[in-house]
Design a protein around this ligand. Structure first.
Ligand code: 13P
Length: 282
């Protein structure tokens, strides 16, 4: 099993990004891992709080454990956007190898304190911790992109948070948003550079869905080493499922539906793997 501490450091050294794919169940999780194996890619499997609630931390971790042990590629299971320290600690106890303590809605001091608590617990167990600063818009399925600088990350705050909390990576708000973008995504590469110039850890780009490939590449050149991809996985899954169900007679067998659906998810995952340049890195 790949050491948690190595996965993003290697990406940083070699100039690519590890895509962290959000899964919803065993079928899209399997599609993601199969696609990554076929591309000899390095990836992360992200469980968001909804999935944690749906399956519970133990079942999520148990599935992740089998995948991390048996996959032919380096893969880490990651807890995405935990808003509490308790969930991070519980996920670590269950076997997650990477967690995100998202305290970005709190003032800087509180953010630092919460991240540091999780870091102290995680590092003693060889687990890595992601923190967040700046406002990443649109937590729902519809992204909410707005012009202006009020939501951009402050580089000095980034340095302070990383130095004082010991976080291993930092998610930055640079104009990115979760969900489908309503307008054209307009990442602020100048701000990304300002952060990367003074912060020593790999940076993370959330809201991958909808950002053009050339912008993802430019962000990777600018210091991004982890790209989160969720919405396009979920929508591909559901739309493919609808199409399959519509094309089959009444009472179809589950796997007859799932197999072609998985192929469609795999195609999307492979595209992202190439955009992130993490293929042939295993
Ligand atoms: P998208 O759903 O916009 O791809 O973003 C995923 C994400 O950032 C999860 O943390």
């Amino acid at each position: 099993m790949v050491a948690s501490t190595d996965i993003l450091r290697k990406a940083d050294k070699e100039g690519y990004a590890v895509p962290a794919f959000n899964y919803s169940d065993i079928w899209d999780l399997q599609a993601i891992v199969e696609a990554a194996e076929e591309e000899k890619a390095v990836i992360m499997l992200s469980a968001n709080p909804l999935v944690m609630e749906a399956f519970g931390p133990k079942m999520n971790a148990a599935i992740g454990q089998v995948v991390m042990e048996e996959a032919k590629i380096p893969v880490l299971q990651h807890l995405d956007h935990s808003f509490t320290e308790e969930l991070c600690l519980e996920a670590i106890d269950c076997g997650f190898r990477s967690v995100m303590m998202d305290a970005s809605k709190y003032p800087l001091e509180e953010n630092i304190t919460m991240v540091k608590h999780v870091v102290d617990y995680a590092h003693a167990r060889g687990i890595i911790v992601e923190a967040e600063l700046g406002k990443i818009r649109g937590k729902g399925i519809e992204g909410d992109f707005k012009e202006g600088e009020d939501f951009l990350v402050d580089p000095m705050e980034c340095r302070e948070l990383v130095e004082r909390s010991g976080a291993d990576s930092l998610a930055v708000g640079i104009g990115n948003a979760h969900g489908f973008y309503k307008g054209k995504p307009d990442l602020n590469f100048k701000r990304l550079k300002e952060v990367n110039d003074i912060v020593d850890v790999p940076l993370v780009l959330h809201g991958g869905t909808g950002i053009p490939a050339q912008d993802i590449r430019r962000a990777i050149e600018g210091g991004i080493n982890k790209v989160n991809v969720g919405t396009i996985i979920h929508s591909t899954y559901m739309n493919a499922m609808r199409a399959e169900l519509d094309s089959l007679p009444e009472n179809p067998y589950t796997l007859d539906v799932i197999k072609p659906v998985k192929e469609k998810i795999k195609a999307v995952v492979k595209e992202w793997i190439h955009v992130c340049m993490c293929n042939n890195r295993a």
